[in-house]
Design a protein around this ligand. Structure first.
Ligand SMILES: NC(=O)c1ccc[n+]([C@@H]2O[C@H](COP(=O)([O-])OP(=O)(O)OC[C@H]3O[C@@H](n4cnc5c(N)ncnc54)[C@H](O)[C@@H]3O)[C@@H](O)[C@H]2O)c1
Length: 257
């Protein structure tokens, strides 16, 4: 399996890279091109991937720079082709809409919408050649307003539609495009929230499966969508949230049976 993983230095991206490496251990190992903002943290993950018997290459840069996206797709030769891309990099730039700056709005849409579009387009020829898969890490915030997530939620909603649009336009090319929508997941992005007193217990009590998601929970869904087990799935969104988004009626205080 020849794969690009973005946002691979930590959190869900790191878990995706390690899951792919771990799954390919019994075969000849995967070839993974890892990318994130900083080289040093990427190298640490690359070494963990190598320890699992896979090949790892790293390329550091800012995915909101279209020139870097081009450089990334120009590096596909390092892994000898491309079977799948995990377009996962994201940032939690939350601010209420009333006070949101134009810059914050733009950053959200650049990274969560423009980047997957440009990356998928730059990888189109390689994915067409392999009948490959492109997976975007979206969010349950893309279907459920999440105060004060103003532009974050809006940009994730756009990412969900972008994936469906690409699935329809590129299905005839044999390319599958899907999304995975994490719910509340413990990663470096969210760690500080969970260290506040009571937050973990309060949030867990809202989730039917009664636990906060781990990066590995999301990685399993991404790996499935990359695999041949998902060869007839495109334009789909897998929600990995422990049931959180199904709970609207469960909290109706006046409900009597
Ligand atoms: N953690 C959650 O609760 C949660 C919930 C829903 C969706 N998500 C989504 O999951 C994805 C991964 O999030 P995570 O929780 O692992 O966060 P994280 O902050 O731990 O990891 C995100 C990675 O993306 C990288 N990144 C950010 N901006 C970048 C840029 N401009 N160029 C290149 N790399 C960049 C960061 O350096 C970081 O390593 C994101 O798209 C996020 O929106 C997370």
């Amino acid at each position: 399996m020849k794969v690009i993983v973005t946002g691979a230095a930590q959190g869900i991206g790191k878990a995706i890279a390690l899951k792919i490496a771990s799954d390919s251990k019994v075969q000849q190992g995967a070839k993974i091109l890892l990318t994130d903002l900083h080289q040093d943290s990427l190298e640490t993950v690359a070494n963990e991937v190598r320890a699992l018997g896979s090949e790892a290459h790293t390329l550091a840069g800012d995915l909101t720079d279209p020139n870097f996206i081009q450089a990334l797709s120009d590096s596909i030769h390092l892994i000898g082709g491309l079977d799948a891309v995990a377009s996962n990099a994201g940032l939690a730039l939350h601010s209420p809409l009333l006070t949101l700056s134009l810059e914050q709005w733009q950053k959200n849409f650049d990274l969560h919408v423009r980047t997957p579009w440009l990356l998928a387009r730059a990888c189109h020829a390689a994915l067409k050649a392999s009948h490959g898969a492109f997976i975007i890490t979206a969010s349950v915030s893309g279907t459920h307003p999440t105060p004060p997530g103003g532009a974050y939620s809006s940009s994730k909603a756009a990412a969900l539609m972008l994936a469906k649009q690409m699935a329809v336009e590129w299905g005839p090319d044999g390319i599958r495009v899907n999304t995975v929508s994490p719910g509340m997941t413990l990663t470096p992005m969210t760690h500080s929230a969970y260290t506040q007193p009571g937050v973990m217990a309060q949030r867990e009590s809202r989730i039917p499966l009664r636990r906060i998601g781990q990066a590995e929970d999301i990685a399993k869904a991404v790996a499935f969508l990359m695999s041949q087990e998902a060869s007839y799935i495109t334009g789909a969104d897998i929600v990995v949230d422990g049931g959180l988004t199904q709970t609207l009626m469960a909290y109706n205080p006046g409900w009597k049976t």
